[in-house]
Design a protein around this ligand. Structure first.
Ligand SMILES: CC(C)(COP(=O)(O)OP(=O)(O)OC[C@H]1O[C@@H](n2cnc3c(N)ncnc32)[C@H](O)[C@@H]1OP(=O)(O)O)[C@@H](O)C(=O)NCCC(=O)NCCS
Length: 446
């Protein structure tokens, strides 16, 4: 008996396809809290990351080790000290951190070496590369607190990391760095990940953490999670922190996320490891599971460029196949791509429409209006329509018209009125398909 159900599997797999295409050859820096490993989730996480890697994404993995260092300190009867969101690393804590980092490297390498038949890692071959990619500098003394061997990232060897990932390796960074004098410094995973993402100009920085994401009210961890946060709003949240010098764990993540976003990392995600497969859900579904911070309004509505041809086709072809939209050939879309407006979310095209002007009749045709079934009913159709109307006005047109067989009511609700096909501009009438018997609807632009 087969356990694969084609009617659910095939549409599901196809729905993931736009993300696979969009993320291919991109660079993701993925940072995991030491708590994830302490919670026994390393193996499943490694399987998910191996899958991401297998899809042609370049992966840099950064691990944290706070609970592991705590454990070592406890075994030595030593008390940890924290200030300003960072550990104060004395000589004993430095020893513990080195031991913990060494141990974790082995565990992570082992996790990526799994390959038993009938497991998600069967057939995977991942080369994990680590090394002295980070130059560090001491934190020094802040507000009278001497941080001793606690450091900050001074420089990342982006060229070295790039070479390794370009050869297909997964680069692993531990929160350790060395100064030019050879002194070792204990760094924070958040700082290493943000610095690496900035210097690599990564497409994504993903923190997989013990927190669920960024709550709408950052001072109240119980409040709902903000799924999308524009950089400007994230900066406002930080500015409103009651005590930014002593950040909570959530605020410390947010401080680093904002730093990365401000410095050119396109998307920064803070997601919980407590949700199984969270890194897959955040990367391959529209809504994701945690908070994503972007330096722009997330769903950007913009004019299309040649790079969008693939995305537009992917969106409209299913509607052409079921007869909702009239078939257009690829060369026509390539030729007319400048007429298109698209809505993009996380690199994937979710909506589009084209505007073909007929200046002789001061009108224009809105064609191929489509919103992906995954996100219909959220107002995107209307946003695209408004944008098309704006474009039409800017061209000096007095109306827009559509030809539709199934969506008449949607347009009527938005101010369109039915007219006879004879109303169409002459050039358009000649192309009118009388067999299809599309209804013609016009909206006069105010
Ligand atoms: C028509 C379409 C673009 C609307 O996109 P959308 O993002 O879902 O639109 P909005 O969120 O702005 O509007 C959703 C509303 O439209 C309604 N709607 C969706 N399709 C409709 C249809 N065929 N007829 C009438 N109303 C429709 C929804 O029920 C919803 O109503 P509500 O707000 O009262 O709940 C989208 O459904 C689509 O892509 N359809 C397939 C392609 C198509 O028909 N294109 C038009 C070609 S001419």
């Amino acid at each position: 008996m087969s356990l694969v159900f084609p009617h659910t599997f095939v549409p599901w797999f196809r729905s993931v396809a736009p993300y696979i295409h969009a993320h291919r050859s991109k660079t993701f820096v993925v940072a995991i809290a030491g708590e994830l490993i302490a919670a026994g989730k390393l193996n499943t996480f490694a399987q998910d990351l191996a899958l991401i890697h297998a899809m042609g994404i370049k992966v840099v993995l950064v691990h944290g080790f706070r609970p592991q260092v705590e454990e070592q300190l406890k075994a030595k009867g030593h008390v940890s000290q924290y200030s300003h969101g960072m550990r104060v690393t004395d000589a004993i804590a430095l020893d513990c951190a080195q031991e913990a980092a060494g141990q974790l490297r082995y565990e992570i390498e082992a996790a990526f070496s799994q390959g038993l038949p009938n497991t998600p890692m069967a057939g995977s071959q991942i080369r994990v590369v680590s090394g002295n990619f980070i130059t560090a500098k001491p934190v020094g003394v802040i507000d009278g607190v001497d941080f001793q061997h606690t450091g900050l990232v001074r420089k990342i060897d982006a060229i070295g990391i790039r070479r390794a990932v370009d050869f297909g390796a997964l680069v692993m960074l531990s929160p350790f760095g060395f100064s030019p004098t050879g002194e070792a410094f204990n760094l924070s995973m958040e700082d290493v990940a943000a610095s690496a993402a900035i210097s690599l100009q990564a497409d994504k920085l993903i923190y997989v953490t013990e927190v669920k994401g960024i709550p709408l009210d950052i001072t109240d961890p119980g409040s709902a999670i903000d799924q999308e946060l524009a950089l400007a709003d994230a900066e406002k949240l930080l500015a409103a922190l009651p005590n930014p010098q002593q950040p909570t764990d959530t605020a410390f993540y947010l401080q680093h996320a904002v730093k990365a976003s401000r410095n050119g990392v396109v998307r920064v995600h803070i997601i919980p490891f407590s949700v199984d497969g969270s890194v897959l859900m955040e990367s391959f579904t529209h809504d994701g599971v945690g908070t994503m911070i972007v330096d722009e309004k997330l769903e950007s509505l913009r004019e299309a460029t040649a790079d969008d041809i693939g995305g537009v086709l992917q969106l409209i072809v299913p509607f052409e196949n079921d007869g909702t939209l009239v078939k257009r050939d690829r060369t026509e879309i390539e030729r007319d791509i400048d007429f298109y407006t698209v809505i993009e979310h996380d690199g994937v095209i979710f909506g589009c429409a084209a505007l073909y002007p007929y200046p002789e009749k001061h009108t224009g045709e809105m064609a191929a209006l489509t919103v992906s079934p995954e996100v219909q009913g959220q107002g995107d159709g209307e946003r695209i329509l408004k944008r098309i109307e704006q474009r039409a006005r800017a061209m000096g047109l007095k109306s827009v018209f559509v030809l539709t067989t199934r969506t008449m009511h949607w347009f009527i609700k938005r101010g369109f009125e039915q007219v006879s096909p004879e109303w169409l501009p002459e050039a358009r009438q000649r192309k009118y398909n009388w067999d299809r018997r599309s209804q013609v609807l016009v909206k006069t632009l105010a």
